[in-house]
Design a protein around this ligand. Structure first.
Ligand code: ZN
Length: 437
């Protein structure tokens, strides 16, 4: 049962979180020159839109990916060429821990609470760097690592497909956690931290970090995607079966385990456990469908899937023109071209909505368009297009001919339709007709 004081603390923490997000909005608006209200409404819009859209509409995106996609993270450091980013919600966690500790037993507890959170995140960062450095051995770059309140996420340029490489990359993170657990264990004499959570001396801090790193190690070794254990299991299965089948089997095992975990959460009435179970269940399914997509599109060219009928906008267009096209032709991305017909930028539906929010219908479309996207050739493989999409974190890429003229749009939506075709009776034949030839 939640006691009166717990409820009061929760209420006050929520209030403080809201206050901190207002403060952050003011800060962002001061540094970017945008109105604070529009920063805050953008944030709430992004949060609700991404959560609802991704969780209910396209399950292939996991919660972690969706939090990460909201761009509400900023770079705090660069280690061996890898951007280390902190998600803004992480600051909320710090405020919550600090405030919670402060209300309960004074500023010393608050400060140790914050210090423990920062130390735990340094351990998570080292774990993620373990994956990144192992991936580098196989020539796979890691553009960034983002720290979220629910852990870290290292965005690898691509997933190693050779089983032995995936095993090494998957185990490198847990290996770092195991070393840290061992070192803190030695420093604390392998004792458990005090039950009341009060930390008074160094050995207690070390024993706390010993238990947390051991927990991180065990949790990550669970054979469930996207945990490291799930990736290791898939690589192990891939030694015997093909990649797609291995992923299916590993995902099914993972989802079974997530269901058991969820039932335990219900039985123990532990909401956090239930939340983790739901997250793991969705992520396992998402990994399986991503691999399905990759395998289904193997052998297909960009020209086979690109959209060729779409409206163009001049580079001088206003946001209202794009909105008009969205309503009339239900087009979701809008190429902007100069007077010679060359592509200068791509406006997506999301950036159109945030542009309308900030600048109104008379705003210049080019100000909100993405101008840094690489162009695809019609002869490129779909798998290449997919990895570029992931790398540039976009749902649409322009397709250009050899003279640099726009000939098509490669969209995530069309890829989704490809999957639907494949699952229809007789659909597989359609999709594979070029792949087997
Ligand atoms: Zn890991």
């Amino acid at each position: 049962m939640i006691s009166f004081w717990d409820a009061l603390l929760l209420f006050v923490s929520l209030f403080v979180s809201l206050f901190v997000s207002l403060f952050v909005s003011l800060f962002v608006s001061a540094t970017s020159g945008r109105r604070p209200v529009s920063v805050l409404t953008d944030f709430l819009h992004d949060l609700l839109h991404d959560l609802l859209h991704d969780l209910l509409h396209d399950l292939p995106y996991s919660l972690l990916h969706c939090l990460n996609r909201m761009r509400w993270s900023f770079q705090i450091a660069k280690i061996t060429g890898i951007q280390i980013r902190l998600h803004l919600t992480f600051l909320l966690l710090l405020a919550w821990v600090g405030f919670g500790g402060g209300v309960e037993s004074g500023w010393r507890t608050a400060l140790t609470g914050i210090a423990v959170v920062l130390l735990v995140f340094s351990c998570v960062l080292l774990h993620e760097l373990g994956h990144a450095w192992a991936a580098r051995r196989y020539g796979i770059r890691t553009p960034d690592i983002t720290l979220l309140p629910i852990g870290g996420i290292a965005r690898l340029e691509r997933i190693p497909e050779r089983p032995s490489e995936e095993m090494v990359v998957a185990l490198a993170g847990p290996l770092v956690s195991a070393i840290l657990a061992f070192l803190f264990g030695v420093a604390s004499g392998f004792t458990l931290p005090p039950l009341d959570g009060e930390i008074q001396e160094w050995s207690q801090l070390c024993s706390k970090l010993f238990t947390i790193n051991s927990g991180l190690l065990l949790f990550n070794l669970l054979p469930v995607f996207p945990m490291d254990g799930g990736r290791f299991l898939r690589a192990l299965l891939a030694l015997r079966f093909d990649y797609r089948r291995s992923t299916r089997i590993a995902a099914t095992i993972g989802q079974g385990l997530a269901v058991v975990l969820g039932m335990a959460g219900l039985w123990l009435s532990a909401p956090l456990l239930l939340f983790i179970a739901v997250f793991l269940f969705l992520s396992a399914g998402s990994e399986a469908s991503q691999v399905d997509l990759r395998e289904a599109s193997r052998g297909l060219k960009v020209a086979d899937v690109m959209v060729t009928k779409f409206g163009l906008l001049p580079s001088t267009a206003q946001l209202a023109d794009a909105a008009d096209l969205l309503l009339r032709a239900s087009q979701h991305s809008f190429p902007l071209t100069d007077e010679n017909g060359r592509l200068v930028g791509l406006l997506t539906r999301n950036s159109l909505i945030s542009g309308l929010n900030q600048a109104g219908p008379l705003g210049a479309a080019l100000d909100y368009a993405n101008t840094g996207l690489p162009g695809l050739l019609p002869s490129h493989h779909v798998s290449h297009a997919c990895s570029l999409m992931q790398q540039f974190d976009t749902s649409v890429l322009p397709v250009l001919d050899v003279h640099g003229m726009l000939v098509g749009l490669f969209t995530a939506e069309n890829l989704g339709e490809l999957m639907v075709m494949e699952h229809r009776p007789g659909g597989a034949a359609f999709v594979r007709k070029e792949g087997d030839g």
